[in-house]
Design a protein around this ligand. Structure first.
Ligand code: HOZ
Length: 430
């Protein structure tokens, strides 16, 4: 495969942008080789600047549930652009998208839009602290909630990929209120509550997607809810990644556990930069200007982003069966990959939630970050570059999740399994 143009583009980018990328995990550091530079996307495919074509299992890290350049989203964006790019003033489009988001989530009565998942989570935490008049928060090792100071502690995603899940530049004073617990381990949460009576909120990815795909056990989430209730602590589900991906109506619909606040991003922007957080009126009303908790943003509720999100969620609303179809394809994919891996003497752990899929080269089930980190990173890197050469674009870190879009056909899934078989064979034969 010729990647000369990507190599050249990366060289130039490195001289201009730290590491040549605007988000670290994209640099391919943990899998080796040069990141491919994208020229365009269409449906399930990506094209790079050398003219190579790939089946895309990253889908912009989640947002593109209908694939690249979905017609109705594209049309909505073009129409919105024609009316103006940004006003910094209210538009009806914000209420339209708010109505739609609220209609999907039992837990959400009011919602505020921001421009990224990081911003959504940061603001939800401030709201939880303002509402409870408490300072401490509990997060789980391996969960990633964006790169704001208090949350960049033992984080997953790019942070874990580079082996520095906490970052220089974050003063210890800023993280002293962040208590850590182990994912899927309720005893570790009880420990936090023993050590602090000042816990404002527990934040969790109920379907963790930033340490690879590691769904929380239902029972664990129920116990978490009970612990929060018993201690007057808010429970926040961070569904920036899993929202409209793990299920249509949030993790609450598949676990029966209703959070106090939910954070969203990715799919709700249809590919444009949007984040949101929402919850019960009584909590959301504490936000400025209704209440005292301050939060603001010039591009929040941007009309073009609202239009893209509205088009995406409208399409999901009209196609309620879509998640079942995507889940069935994701299951076929990981079952096939697992089978051909086994035929070549390689053990894989796999998981699927809705249109999200994950796999680990690990002989033990993966329940938390320590389990994920015990996976074979070298094998993952070989698999990743082998698949790239075959024309299949997987996330370039073992701590990320794969995504199926409605443009990913059954035939593509079969081709992916066949390619994986060839890659595993080549790995086995050294
Ligand atoms: N943290 C993002 C996914 N979990 C990666 C974002 C990106 O590099 O675009």
């Amino acid at each position: 495969m010729n990647t000369q143009a990507s190599i050249k583009a990366f060289e130039e980018a490195q001289s201009l942008i730290p590491g040549g990328v605007n988000s670290p995990v994209r640099a391919f550091k943990s899998v080796g080789g040069t990141p491919i530079f994208i020229s365009e996307g269409e449906g399930a495919y990506l094209k790079d600047v050398d003219g190579n074509k790939y089946v895309d299992f990253v889908q912009s890290w989640g947002p593109l549930i209908f694939g690249h350049r979905d017609e109705s989203i594209e049309a909505a964006v073009i129409d919105a652009v024609k009316h103006g790019l940004s006003f910094g003033a209210p538009t009806e489009a914000e209420s339209e998208l708010a109505k739609l988001v609220i209609s999907f989530f039992d837990s959400v009565e009011k919602v505020r839009f921001v421009s990224s998942g990081t911003e959504a989570v940061m603001s939800a935490i401030r709201l939880a602290r303002g509402y409870t008049h408490r300072d401490d928060i509990v997060k789980f090792t391996g969960c990633y909630h964006g790169h704001s100071d208090a949350l960049l502690v033992e984080a997953g995603s790019g942070a874990a990929t580079f082996g520095n899940p906490s970052s220089p530049g974050v003063p210890a004073d800023f993280t002293k209120h962040t208590l850590l617990a182990e994912y899927n381990n309720i005893e570790s949460v009880k420990e936090c509550f023993k050590n602090s009576s000042d816990i404002a909120c527990v934040i969790i990815e109920p379907i963790a997607g930033n340490m690879g795909l590691v769904p929380a056990d239902k029972e664990f989430l129920h116990e978490l809810r009970q612990l929060c209730d018993a201690n007057g602590t808010l429970l926040i589900f961070d569904e920036v990644m899993s929202g409209f991906r793990g299920s249509l109506n949030g993790a609450e619909s598949i676990t029966g556990v209703i959070p106090d606040l939910v954070t969203l991003g990715k799919v709700i922007g249809g590919g444009m930069p949007v984040g949101a957080f929402g919850g019960r009126k009584e909590i959301m009303s504490q936000l400025s200007p209704e209440g005292p908790v301050y939060q603001a943003g010039t591009l929040s509720g941007n009309p073009v982003a609202m239009a893209a999100g509205f088009a995406a969620l409208t399409k999901l609303k009209k196609n309620a069966r879509v998640m079942a179809v995507l889940e069935s394809r994701a299951k076929t994919l990981v079952a096939g990959m697992k089978r051909v891996a086994a035929e070549n003497g390689i053990v894989m752990q796999t998981a699927v939630r809705g249109s999200m899929f994950g796999f680990f080269f690990n002989d033990k089930p993966v329940k938390n970050f320590a389990d994920a980190a015990a996976s074979d990173a070298e094998l993952f890197a070989k698999f990743h570059s082998g698949m790239l050469n075959e024309g299949f674009y997987f996330a370039c870190s073992l701590y990320e999740t794969g995504f199926i879009s409605t443009a990913t056909t059954d035939a593509m899934i079969e081709e992916t399994i066949e390619a994986a078989n060839r890659v595993f064979k080549a790995i086995k034969n050294g």
